[in-house]
Ligand binder design. Structure first.
Ligand code: CMC
Length: 392
């Protein structure tokens, strides 16, 4: 119709109103429920931030304790779910396993999936927060042929995830408190980012009144792509490639500028941030701290810093306002922690989970929500008559 606006990628279209996350892309500002990301990263914790995003306010001590106790009580997967992990090939990408398993767990809770029953939504919220780390660890354990570990509910959220991922039944697992703290902080940085591709997906799927598990599973798949969450894996693969080819950073930058074979500088650029990504500044410092603690420094950090320096002094990147985004340095930290490259995007998903849940809940409770149903500009054939198969 004459009213239809053409806006590929929804660059200029607000699909909803939201009270959760505020971004000012020119000023490099990110706030969850009004709180600056810098303060939350430094002072808060992932579960506290999850509570803030989902329920709108920072929890009192008692609210936080109740929230984390409830999550702890639901961290086991249904025993039958364990068999799921046997069905996938060893080298399955853990993001594919994660989205499948998130969809699959809903089959065990079919009586509590009504999107308009607040108790059901509350149960689904807790179940997802509790079980997604268990799923993520199991996906990893299967890929390396180690036994699956049950959660240990005496541990904190991130500690439990680290133990299920890196622990083995034969030995007690000592959680490195610095590693746990840094991972918790990275989860805080990833926890929400308003209407990004995966969150918009969660809302779009949910707008048909699909349940929270179905919607989040779709969000995981949207995050999988290399232009979105998959960028953290792609950054490390890019750094490895540069290193394998002799560490010539300048020639790689030249390839990007020549747009050779669509080569992009992964971890650079952002739809909204046009001066800097405030999360990237925090991650860069954490990367320097974590990697600085290592006995043998990772030469890839050096390559990454050179890339950044060269790109930020180059007109190609400056004129297009391309700066490092959150994914540029995270992979180096995950690698230093011992995560294989394939797990990086799963870590992003663990962090983004409360954001997806909060946005889905806001969507379902918003009286202005309508089913997401964009229009199009039709460019196909005009009307024509069917020709019989024998006449073609
Ligand atoms: N390397 C080289 N050139 C780039 C890059 C890059 N990383 N990003 C954008 N450009 C160029 C792009 O080719 C275009 O140039 P031209 O005007 O000559 O055609 C110009 O900059 C504008 O880019 P765009 O593609 O129109 O911007 P967008 O807002 O549609 O895309 C983006 C944003 C994040 C998808 C893109 O910058 C990109 O592909 N970056 C690399 C992947 C990445 O790091 N993604 C993570 C995003 S942050 C968190 C997350 O979601 O995971």
């Amino acid at each position: 119709t004459g009213m239809t606006t053409y806006d590929p990628g929804f660059v200029n279209t607000a699909s909803c109103s939201s009270a959760i996350t505020y971004i000012d892309g020119d000023a490099g500002i990110l706030r969850y429920r009004g709180y600056p990301i810098e303060q939350l990263a430094e002072k808060s914790s992932f579960l506290e931030v999850s509570y803030l995003l989902i329920y709108g306010e920072l929890p009192t001590q008692q609210q936080l304790t109740e929230f984390s106790d409830r999550i702890r009580r639901h961290s086991l997967l249904h025993e039958e779910m364990r068999r799921f992990f046997d069905g996938f090939p060893r080298d399955a990408h853990p993001m594919a396993v994660l989205s499948s398993a998130v969809s699959a767990i809903s089959t065990f809770y079919q009586d509590s999936l009504d999107p308009f029953d607040s108790e059901h939504v509350e149960m689904s919220t807790i179940r997802l927060m509790a079980k997604v780390p268990t799923i993520a660890s199991y996906a990893y354990k299967k890929s390396i042929g180690q036994p699956l570990l049950y959660p240990d509910n005496s541990l904190g959220y991130v500690e439990n995830f680290l133990r299920m991922t890196f622990g083995v039944p034969a030995e007690p697992y000592e959680v490195d408190p610095v590693m746990a703290r840094v991972l918790d902080m990275l989860f805080v940085l990833h926890a929400d980012h308003e209407q990004n591709c995966s969150t918009s997906t969660v809302r779009l799927v949910g707008s048909s009144n699909a349940n929270l598990f179905a919607s989040v599973s779709a969000g995981v798949n949207a995050l999988f792509g290399p232009l979105h969450g998959g960028a953290n894996q792609a950054v490390l693969e890019m750094l490895e490639k540069i290193q394998a080819e002799g560490g010539d950073v300048r020639s790689f930058v030249r390839k990007v500028k020549d747009k050779q074979d669509g080569v992009k500088l992964m971890g650079f650029g952002h739809r909204v941030y046009k001066n800097y990504d405030p999360r990237a500044a925090i991650v860069k410092k954490a990367a320097q701290d974590v990697l600085g603690r290592m006995a043998k420094p990772d030469p890839m950090l050096d390559i990454a810093m050179q890339l950044e320096e060269i790109a930020l002094a180059d007109d190609f990147f400056v004129s297009r306002r391309l700066y490092p985004n959150v994914d540029f340095y995270t992979g180096l930290i995950y690698k230093a922690m011992g995560f294989p490259t394939k797990m990086f995007t799963v870590l992003f998903a663990l962090g983004r989970l409360p954001g997806w849940i909060a946005q889905w809940r806001e969507m379902i409770n918003d009286p202005e929500t309508k089913i997401g149903r964009p229009r199009q500009i039709y460019t196909g054939s005009a009307e024509r008559d069917y020709t019989a198969l024998t006449d073609r």
